[in-house]
Design a protein around this ligand. Structure first.
Ligand SMILES: Cc1ncc(COP(=O)(O)O)c(C=O)c1O
Length: 369
C-alpha cells in the first residue's frame, strides 16, 4: 500500500512534549507564564527586533497591528492580490478597504510598481506578504512608503527566518506579523506574533491585545480592546519549536534542493524563485506550469491524489472573490494562480519521498526529456 504524503505536517519531538507538559503541570495554562515571556524574547532575538508580542493567531496579529496604527473607516490599505484571505480580511475588520495590487511575475510577491499605481489620498498602509517563504522587495516598498507617509506591515505568516539583504523579514517595516498555524515553519497549534522596533507601537498593541485595561486601575478600560492572547501552553510548544528553527529551515531548503534535482530540468516547469537579495525558506515548494503539458494544473493534482500525493492549488486572486470583486483584474496574479501548485513540503519528507513524488509528476505530464 502506498503511503499518503501530505502537503505539510509538523515535526514534534520530545522537547516539544516536555515543554508543553511542563507548562500544563505548572498550572499557568492561560496567557500569563514563563513560556510566553521566553517565547516573545527569543522570537524578537531571532527576527532581530526589539519587541515581539504573542497573539492568538496570525489573523488577529494583522488586525491588532492595523488597529494600533489607527487604521479604520475611510482608509485604504494596499495588499497583494495573491495571498491568503486573512491579509485582506484583517483590513476589512478595521472598516478600511483592502486595495489589491498585482504581484511580480518572478517572486509572486507584491509588485512595487503596481503599489504606486494603486495609491490614492486614502491610502494609509501597505501590507507586503512574503509569499510561500520568499521575501517581497522591501527596499522598493519602504521607499514608496516614505514618499507617501504610509505604514508598512509585513505579513510574514509564511516566512519565518526568510532573509532580505542580510536582515530577517519581520524586522523591515514598521511592524511584522507571523503565524504559527500547524502547517507553518514553526507551530503553536494556532498562534501568531507581532514584531516591531517601535516601543510606542509595542506598548499600544499590547494594551489593545489585553482588553485595553488601564495600567493604573484594574478593570478600568480606556478603549475597546481585544482578547487576542496566546496561552502559556502554546508558547511552550512555540519555544521548543523556536529552539529547533534553524534545523527546520535547513530541512525546508534541503527538500527544495531535492525537488530542484528531480524537476529542475523540465522545460516549462518553474519552481520557487530565490532572488540574489533573498534567502527563501521554502515554506511550500511551489511549481508553476508555464508550458501546456496537455494537462491542467487541476488534473495534475487529481492524478497525484490518486497516488496518495497531496497538493494544494496556489491562492486564488482575492479580487476575484465576491466580497472583494470591484472589477479590478491583476493579470500576473490571475495567470499564476491558475497554473501554480504547492507540492508536499513537510519537514518529515526524505529524499526517497521527493523522488517518488517527482517520478509521478514526470509520468503524469509525460515528460520524456
Ligand atoms: C499570508 C498569510 N497571512 C495571514 C495568515 C493568517 O494566519 P493564521 O492562520 O494564523 O490566522 C496566513 C495563514 O495562515 C497566511 O498564509
Amino acid at each position: 500500500m502506498t503511503k499518503f504524503i501530505p502537503v505539510s505536517e509538523p515535526s514534534i519531538t520530545q522537547k516539544e512534549i516536555e515543554y508543553v507538559l511542563d507548562a500544563v503541570k505548572s498550572g499557568w495554562v492561560s496567557s500569563i507564564g514563563e513560556y510566553i515571556e521566553k517565547f516573545e524574547r527569543k522570537f524578537a532575538e531571532f527576527v532581530g527586533t526589539k519587541y515581539a508580542l504573542t497573539t492568538s493567531n496570525g489573523t488577529t496579529g494583522l488586525h491588532l497591528a492595523l488597529v494600533t496604527f489607527g487604521i479604520g473607516d475611510g482608509d485604504e490599505v494596499i495588499v497583494p492580490d495573491l495571498t491568503f484571505i486573512a491579509t485582506a480580511n484583517a483590513v476589512t475588520y478595521t472598516g478600511a478597504k483592502p486595495v489589491f495590487a498585482d504581484v511580480d511575475p518572478e517572486t509572486w510577491c507584491i509588485d512595487p510598481e503596481d503599489i504606486r499605481r494603486k495609491i490614492t489620498s486614502k491610502t494609509k498602509t501597505i501590507i507586503p506578504v512574503h509569499l510561500y517563504g520568499h521575501p517581497a522587495d522591501m527596499d522598493a516598498i519602504n521607499e514608496i512608503a516614505r514618499e507617501y507617509g504610509l505604514f508598512v506591515l509585513e505579513d510574514a505568516a509564511e516566512a519565518h527566518g526568510a532573509g532580505y539583504k542580510g536582515k530577517k523579514v519581520g524586522s523591515l517595516g514598521h511592524a511584522g506579523i507571523f503565524s504559527f498555524y500547524g502547517n507553518k515553519i514553526i507551530t503553536t497549534g494556532e498562534g501568531g506574533m507581532v514584531t516591531t522596533n517601535d516601543e510606542k507601537f509595542y506598548e499600544r498593541a499590547r494594551y489593545l491585545r489585553d482588553q485595553a485595561m488601564s495600567k493604573e486601575k484594574r478593570y478600568w478600560h480606556t478603549d475597546i480592546g481585544f482578547n487576542y492572547r496566546m496561552t502559556n501552553i502554546q508558547a511552550a510548544l512555540g519555544l521548543a519549536q523556536l529552539e529547533r528553527i534553524e534545523e527546520l529551515i535547513e530541512k525546508k531548503r534541503q527538500i527544495f534542493k531535492w525537488y530542484k534535482e528531480y524537476l529542475g530540468d523540465i522545460e516549462g516547469i518553474r519552481l520557487n524563485p530565490e532572488k540574489e537579495w533573498a534567502k527563501n525558506v521554502y515554506w511550500m515548494v511551489c511549481m508553476v506550469m508555464d508550458n501546456d503539458f496537455g494537462i491542467t494544473r487541476d488534473e495534475l493534482m487529481k492524478k497525484l491524489k490518486e497516488k496518495e500525493i497531496d497538493t494544494r492549488p496556489f491562492f486564488y486572486p482575492i479580487s476575484q472573490m465576491s466580497m472583494y470583486n470591484y472589477g479590478v483584474i491583476n493579470n500576473v496574479a490571475y495567470k499564476i494562480s491558475q497554473v501554480g501548485l504547492n507540492l508536499p513540503s513537510g519537514v518529515n519528507l526524505d529524499k526517497n519521498d521527493v523522488e517518488y513524488i517527482c517520478e509521478n509528476i514526470r509520468k503524469i505530464i509525460k515528460y520524456r526529456g
